[in-house]
Design a protein around this ligand. Sequence first.
Ligand code: UD1
Ligand code: MG
Length: 480
Amino acid sequence: MSLMESRTQTASSAPPGLAIDVVMMAAGKGTRMKSAIPKVLQMLAHMPLAGHVLSTAQALHARSVVVVTGHGAAQVEAALPAFAGQTALHFVRQEPQLGTGHAVQMAVPALPDDGQVLVLSGDVPLTRASTLQALVALSAGQHLTLLTVDLPDPTGYGRIVRNGQAVQAIVEHKDASEAQRAIGEIYGGILVAPARLLKRWVAQLDQDNAQKEFYLTDVVRIAVSEGAQVLAHKAGDALEVAGVNSAQHLAELERAYQHRVAQDLLAQGVRLKDPARIDVRGSLVCGADVDIDVNCLFEGRVVLGDGVRIGANCMLSDCTVEAGAEILPFCHIEGLGTGVRVGAGARVGPFARLRPGAELGEDVHIGNFVEVKNASLARGAKANHLAYLGDATVGERVNFGAGSITANYDGANKHRTVIEADVHVGSNCVLVAPIHLGAGGTIGAGSTITKDTAAGALTVARGKQVAITHWKRAVKQPKA
Ligand code: UD1
Ligand code: MG
């Protein structure tokens, strides 16, 4: 099976050259989000915006990430370590927030002198690791290098002022002349520079501008005044530098992200019935010849083997579906960290629910309105209609009848049901756990089984059928 990750941006080993220390600016308030949640913790594809930035930093093999916090600092500091992986994470607080240059000044004490600093924003989630790699490569451990992009409407952004090819300055919109406002190339908010130089430059910033802020962008003018060459790398796509400022932006970037994931899946050969109707909130790893019908949602880590087919309107989280298995429409598979495994050639659904710890062996069939939780079903076992299997071990070829359940909970504790190979459980049975059904036995329909059953035997536990021949059905009385 060829495994391709859809979210993880892979880079095999640490690149040569200076170590990368990231400064992630995350102090802004995000007033326009109209939310009590700090902006960088707003979720995109089930991960905080700043979590996306941290995973990009990991793909770059950053040595450390210094997060500049301010608004909602305590919440941000509590949430982000879960997304840092092996990367060393430091927090510095910026109080009050006096601009992007001030934010980097706050980070300076946490930045080693021997590295290169990559400045990112916690609210810009869709920058590709490959773009940042190109930016870092252009900088070559020596030059201040900016990520820029051409925009049809550059209103509000810092403009890239060049003299010939050479970058001379970034002029903020509010400080720009009419002629400068006509420039379509803007600063994307991301730069890289050797730490030693950047530290020297940010120490020289002032607030002498329209917004009375310390502009990080003024380091360009300072560098140029020292005779340094400033370089720019143009991103092909405005999404790479797009920030989130409102619920509208968040929704737009969510769609853009999902579009990107769908295109990546198609490029791997995954057959999506409609690339506009799939949502991947985590990582989706697909083998060859995988088919995914419309309106499917994938969360956490989902692995689909060769030839797997997923019907319309399914939701899958933290699960592995092995080669050739088929999930019919409207299934809910929720591994929730514990995981669910669907064995090769198995058939699940429509309308089935597999909960954490469900383990289906090869060629198992789970039909409509069947719920499986913390239960294993061995090869060829079937539960085709309206059943509950919880805390159970089910042997090969067992047939679990319609409407039958394991009564696994006594009101205080959970107990296990063991059903040996080739047992046939009739319809509408209640198996009161703990209980053990011997191999090859048959359980008569409608039985409530409270004692272990013998191998090969027919066990029936229900009221005997009686016939009352002279019985008369009540007759409706005429109204008075
Ligand atoms: C900045 C750039 C502008 C560029 C634009 C790209 C400056 C002066 N201008 O504009 O040239 O085109 O980004 O989006 O840098 N932040 C802090 N502390 C602060 C101020 C901001 O942490 O004191 C954080 C914000 O939370 C945000 C990031 O820095 O994550 C950028 O700030 P923002 O106000 O969005 O940048 P702009 O001033 O719009
Ligand atoms: Mg600003």
